[in-house]
Design a protein around this ligand. Structure first.
Ligand code: SF4
Ligand code: SF4
Ligand code: SF4
Length: 263
């Protein structure tokens, strides 16, 4: 079961990939607003930089390069937390309040409550959460503070081409559908908070065609780990029971005298 979201008032992004020019103003604006440090990178022959999300980089532009008949074409993809309607990270998190849903449907987090177990990393279908030097979760929080104050997220504000449209999720989807856009994330995982208008199949952008929460994480968290803990406390209980009913273990007198060199 997903946590409750009011779909009528849910806020979100519509990312129209056909409009993106790869300027990365969104990356820079996010760093500036969230006071995130620069990431040290090296040139690997691509304009894509950095090559992955980091604890100091909540959104980035993925460069998808294609060569055909000697011509190189680029597609740009804004990678970030999807603010899933059915959020694997929230489902597995054992620390209440470390990951939480806001009234607008945002999946926000509280570092003070994060216990560094990293379950959310394994449960995320999009490989989003990162851990920094503080060993706490780090990801896009959809500028929850700005949104609460009636502002649009910093990345959307900085985007010069309106690739990143922020607003009422249902209205954004309705206008994109009317414009005959091919949408990704409208219904997956109870609807993603970040819906994409794509120009090709999801796989071309590195997206899973049917995203789902890996069941193995629930098996580990809900079955195997509790059994292991039960086994541990079972052993302690057995030792205590032995002590109470039979008494402390007596050391063999013979062994004692051998160790003392009295043979
Ligand atoms: S994309 Fe990953 S981190 Fe973001 S809400 Fe979904 S499961 Fe959580
Ligand atoms: S919504 Fe805010 S936190 Fe998320 S990527 Fe944009 S600027 Fe960064
Ligand atoms: S700011 Fe807008 S146009 Fe520039 S890279 Fe980001 S999404 Fe693309």
């Amino acid at each position: 079961m997903a946590d409750t979201i009011n779909q009528g008032t849910r806020m979100g992004f519509l990312v129209d990939t056909s409009r993106c020019i790869g300027c990365r103003s969104c990356q820079v604006a996010c760093k500036q607003w969230n006071k995130l440090d620069a990431d040290k990178t090296s040139n690997k022959g691509s304009f894509e930089n950095p090559p992955n999300l980091t604890p100091e980089l909540y959104n980035r532009i993925k460069f998808i390069e294609k060569e055909s008949s000697g011509e190189v074409t680029w597609r740009f993809f804004n990678e970030r937390c999807m603010h899933c309607g059915d959020a694997g990270c929230m489902k597995v998190c054992p620390s209440p309040g470390a990951l939480y849903r806001t009234k607008d449907g945002i999946v926000a987090h509280n570092k003070d409550k994060c216990i560094s177990c990293k379950y959310c990393v394994s449960a995320c279908p999009f490989n989003i959460p990162r851990y920094g030097a503080d060993d706490k979760i780090s990801k896009c929080h959809l500028c929850v503070g700005r949104v609460d104050g009636g502002l649009v997220p910093a990345c959307a504000k900085a985007c010069p081409t309106e690739t990143l449209k922020f607003g009422n999720r249902s209205k954004l989807i309705a206008s994109a559908t009317a414009a005959k856009k091919t949408l990704y994330g409208e219904n997956d995982l109870m609807g993603l908070g970040v819906v994409y208008a794509l120009e090709g199949p999801p796989e071309q952008y590195g997206l899973p065609s049917s995203p789902s929460i890996p069941m193995s994480i629930f098996l580990w968290k809900d079955v195997i780990k509790p059994l292991g803990i039960l086994g541990f406390w079972g052993s302690i209980g057995a030792m205590l029971l032995h002590y109470v009913t039979i008494g402390p273990k007596k050391v063999d007198d013979d062994l004692n005298s051998k160790e003392a060199g009295h043979e």
